[in-house]
Design a protein around this ligand. Structure first.
Ligand code: MG
Length: 158
C-alpha cells in the first residue's frame, strides 16, 4: 500500500461586516475573512494538505486568485475538485485533522456541523474528519482578532 501524508496551512485577515465561513459552515459573527473566495481557511488548509500529500502544488496554483471564476466561490467546490483530483490519481482519503486558531467567537458549537459539511463534501465518513479549534490566548494576529489561521493534516492511500 502506498500511504502519503500532507500538511496545509492558511491564513486570512478578518474585517468587519464580512461573512464568516469556516469548514463549509456560515458562522454568525461581526467579522469575516477578507478573500477572493469565500475565505474558508479551514477548507483551504485541507485542500493544501491533500495537494501536498500528492506533491500536486497548492491551492493558489490550482485556483488562482486572479481568476474571475473563483471570485466569491464556495470553497466546498474547490475541496470537491481537489478530492476528485486525488481520486483521479487512484488515492482514497483516509482521514483529515484540522485545527482552526481564532480568538472569537467560540467555535465549539459549530464543530460537528463543520465535520458533517466537510465529510459530505469529501465523500467520506464523518468519523474520518476531525476539526479542532483553539484560541491563541490573545497573542499574535489571531489573538488580536486581526485574522484566522488553520492547519490541516491528511492521510491518503492507494
Ligand atoms: Mg485561503
Amino acid at each position: 500500500m502506498d500511504i502519503r501524508v500532507g500538511h496545509g496551512y492558511d491564513v486570512h485577515a478578518l474585517a468587519d461586516g464580512l461573512k464568516l465561513v469556516l469548514g463549509g459552515v456560515e458562522i454568525e459573527h461581526t467579522k469575516g475573512c477578507v478573500a477572493h473566495s469565500d475565505g474558508d481557511v479551514a477548507i483551504h488548509a485541507i485542500c493544501d494538505a491533500l495537494l501536498g500529500a500528492l506533491a500536486l502544488g497548492d491551492i493558489g496554483k490550482l485556483f488562482p486568485d486572479t481568476s474571475e471564476e473563483f471570485r466569491g466561490i464556495d470553497s466546498r467546490i474547490l475541496l470537491r475538485r481537489v478530492v476528485d483530483l486525488v481520486a483521479s490519481r487512484g488515492y482514497t482519503v483516509s482521514n483529515v485533522d484540522c485545527t482552526i486558531a481564532m480568538q472569537r467567537p467560540k467555535l465549539r458549537p459549530h464543530i460537528d456541523a463543520m465535520r458533517k459539511a466537510l465529510a459530505s463534501t469529501m465523500g467520506i465518513e464523518c468519523g474520518r474528519v476531525s476539526v479542532k479549534a483553539t484560541t491563541t490566548e490573545r497573542m499574535g494576529f489571531e489573538g488580536r482578532e486581526e485574522g484566522v489561521s488553520a492547519h490541516a493534516v491528511v492521510l491518503v492511500y492507494r
